[in-house]
Design a protein around this ligand. Structure first.
Ligand code: CP
Ligand code: NVA
Length: 306
């Protein structure tokens, strides 16, 4: 991988994404083969929001590669308030070999990458969640075999996860339809970036407001929470607005008959997805969560190996 940081999937070419998937699958097949790959290297994990999957998979992932992790909670760093992003970067680059950061404004990871001489990995911002999308498309590769001509429909809020799915689909030639309520479309710049990137692969990137229309012919139906971390105050209003976008058995029946169901998790069962869908045999939400581990090990290896 050429880029020193991983802030968005757009940092990688199609070749680099596919090579990362191959490496991730090799790591998944034989964990011990890479047991010393990042021996003695340390990863600082800065979390300004809660996490189950991201924390666990980065923590265990670096350990499985022979390295160490350090969890830094919001109370410890208080980024930009107790200490500036610049000063945090200038301290940590002398102590650890990589930084994973989960925060609010995307500009914080951009600044951190500019200031720090070590790799910065985006573990979720309000704008994007690239490690999630890498695990998601790795899962699609495992379940569908190929990418060309496939269609993913993301139903729900045009948020960080939706952006990263559009970017990855555009790079890999997978059509991505976002079906969302009016007023909750993906960020316009993110959409334009995806459309621009898709010119090279022929992927169709589109936004629709009718969920039933969106899932037509989809190989994968994906959803996420209606109110993301930081939007808790809007949860009640969003529940009312997003109700027609619930992924339930009726909606799944309108996708391809062998469509898989995907969700980044955590899920709010009964809101964006019904138990009947998330617990169905074609739901891949837990393999998807596991693939966070394998995809991120491959990403850390490529960025941090000496
Ligand atoms: N999907 C995901 O990023 O989960 P966490 O918020 O638990 O890390
Ligand atoms: N869109 C969600 C994703 C959680 C993994 C959020 O930002 O809270």
């Amino acid at each position: 991988m050429k880029a020193q940081d991983f802030l968005t999937v757009r940092d990688m070419s199609q070749e680099e994404i596919l090579a990362t998937f191959d490496l991730a699958l090799d790591m998944k097949a034989d964990r011990m083969k890479y047991a010393d790959a990042l021996k003695g290297q340390s990863l600082a994990m800065i979390f300004e929001k809660p996490s189950l999957r991201t924390r666990t998979t980065f923590d265990i992932g670096i350990q499985q590669l022979g390295g160490y992790s350090l969890y830094l909670s919001p109370a410890e760093i208080n980024l930009g308030k107790r200490e500036s992003v610049y000063d945090v970067a200038k301290n940590l680059e002398r102590m650890v070999q990589g930084i994973m950061i989960r925060t609010f404004a995307h500009q914080i990871v951009i600044d951190m990458a500019e200031f720090a001489s070590i790799p910065i990995i985006n573990g979720l911002t309000d704008y994007s969640h690239p490690c999630q999308a890498m695990a998601d498309f790795l899962t699609i590769k495992e379940y569908k075999g190929d990418f060309k001509g496939r269609k993913l429909c993301y139903v729900g809020d045009g948020n960080n996860v939706a952006h990263s799915l559009m970017f990855t689909g555009a790079r890999l030639g997978v059509d991505v339809t976002v079906a969302c309520p009016p007023g909750y479309e993906p960020n316009l710049i993110a959409f334009q970036h995806a459309v621009e990137d898709a010119k090279a692969t022929g992927a169709r990137i589109e936004v629709v407001h009718d969920a039933a229309e969106g899932v037509k012919n989809a190989d994968a139906v994906y959803t996420d929470v209606w109110a993301s971390m930081g939007q808790e105050a809007e949860a009640a209003e969003r529940r009312r607005i997003f109700l027609p976008y619930q992924v339930n058995e009726d909606l799944m029946a309108r996708a391809k008959s062998d469509a898989i169901f995907m969700h980044c998790l955590p899920a709010h069962r009964g809101d964006e997805v019904t138990d009947g869908v998330i617990d169905a045999p074609n739901s891949v939400v837990f393999p998807e969560a596991e693939n966070r581990l394998h995809a991120q090990k491959a990403i850390m290896y490529q960025l941090m190996k000496k």
